[in-house]
Design a protein. Structure first.
Ligand code: DAH
Length: 345
């Protein structure tokens, strides 16, 4: 084929190139092993000497026409592909993001965990016990025999006759743990858990509520040990400036028994709505374990002594998080727990 013919064929072919594939086909057609220009190149050796130079120049010219075209088109198509990709994968940063709704820990659970941590740091075990309980653990072995008026104070749910009930307090765990200790093992335990009483539900009462029981049994334990321990936990929960006081009280399983009050963290003793103008808030019942209780559970009261306490978990949480209705702990509205979660931050 004459060079001039190749030139016009190339011009014609150039106009047919539409993408990278057809461009590469064109390259093969002209510069491949058997390409048109490649073949012209190999013809040089057959050209008479005097025409060689001109022929060579023309072939080179053809080559550079092709190469210029090839480079230009290649860049063009590659850019086109890139632009299309950028367009297809574009992210609209002005679009509103999908809202991720997070849960939050139940505020009561959170409080209990906090209490557990403090007691664990003082060497206490955290134990769990049955909510369906036997009368002997819930009452009898706690020095509350059948027919005793102290039973009336706890409107108990009985499940089967008079022996099986929903525990009305976490105190039966004192008995269970002492029986496990066989009268020889010192005890330090707390037991947070659900308790039940036949109460109507309102802002401050619920038929199901949580207590945090505590028991320490060892040698030479006195009320001051109890007071020191209670002091640690209330300061941790409510602040270092909180003062603890004991008021005489009565429980069948402790002697002496006390009511634990803390100085009001809101008014610092001046009197406000939270402390009902008294400057003090009751947070627990407690006392020195009654010798009968130690004896019935296998601990010799001449050698062993101990203290016990029982906090109302809802009450602690209500005070700490300024909640005025205990029903929020048991509803399933996540918005509530999220609010408390934020309040604490
Ligand atoms: N179990 C008692 C109640 O439900 C609270 C309590 C008082 C627990 C004194 C104790 C204690 O361990 O020593 O009213």
């Amino acid at each position: 084929m004459k060079i001039e013919e190749v030139k016009s064929l190339l011009e014609e072919d150039k106009s047919k190139v539409t993408d990278l594939t057809s461009l590469n086909d064109l390259r093969v057609k002209y510069l491949g092993k058997k390409g048109i220009i490649t073949e012209l190149n190999s013809e040089i050796k057959n050209i008479p000497v005097e025409e060689k130079k001109e022929f060579g120049q023309k072939v080179n010219e053809l080559k550079s026409i092709f190469n210029d075209f090839y480079e230009e088109k290649k860049n063009y198509f590659e850019e086109e592909i890139l632009n299309k990709k950028l367009f297809d994968e574009a992210i609209d940063i002005s679009l509103p993001a999908t809202k991720i709704v997070c849960g939050a820990p139940n505020i009561l659970e959170k409080l209990i965990e906090e209490v557990e941590e403090v007691f664990m740091s003082m060497g206490y075990d955290v134990v769990d016990g049955p909510e369906i309980e036997e009368d002997k653990y819930n009452f009898e072995l706690l020095n509350i025999p059948k027919g005793h008026p102290a039973r009336d104070a706890q409107d108990t749910f009985y499940l089967e006759g008079e022996e099986i009930l929903l525990r009305s307090q976490t105190s039966p765990m004192q008995v269970r743990i002492m029986l496990e200790g066989n009268g020889v093992t010192p005890i330090r335990m707390i037991c947070p858990g659900k308790t039940y009483r036949r109460d109507d539900d309102d802002a401050t009462h619920s038929h199901q509520f949580m207590q945090i029981e505590g028991l320490l049994v060892d040698k030479d334990i006195s009320l001051s040990d109890l007071k020191g321990t209670i002091d640690v936990i209330v300061k941790k929960l409510f602040g270092d400036y909180i003062v603890t006081r004991f008021r005489p009280s009565y429980y069948q399983f402790t002697e002496p028994s006390v009511e634990v009050d803390i100085s009001c963290f809101n008014c610092h003793g001046k009197g406000c709505n939270i402390c009902k103008k008294t400057g003090w808030i009751t947070v627990a019942g407690a006392g020195i374990v009654h010798p009968n209780v130690l004896k019935m559970s296998g601990y010799d009261p001449k050698k062993w002594s101990g203290f016990a306490f029982g906090f109302g978990a809802e009450r602690l949480a209500m005070l700490k998080y300024n909640i005025n209705d205990c029903r929020v702990f048991y509803n399933t509205d996540l918005r509530e727990s999220r609010t408390f979660d934020r309040k604490e931050d």
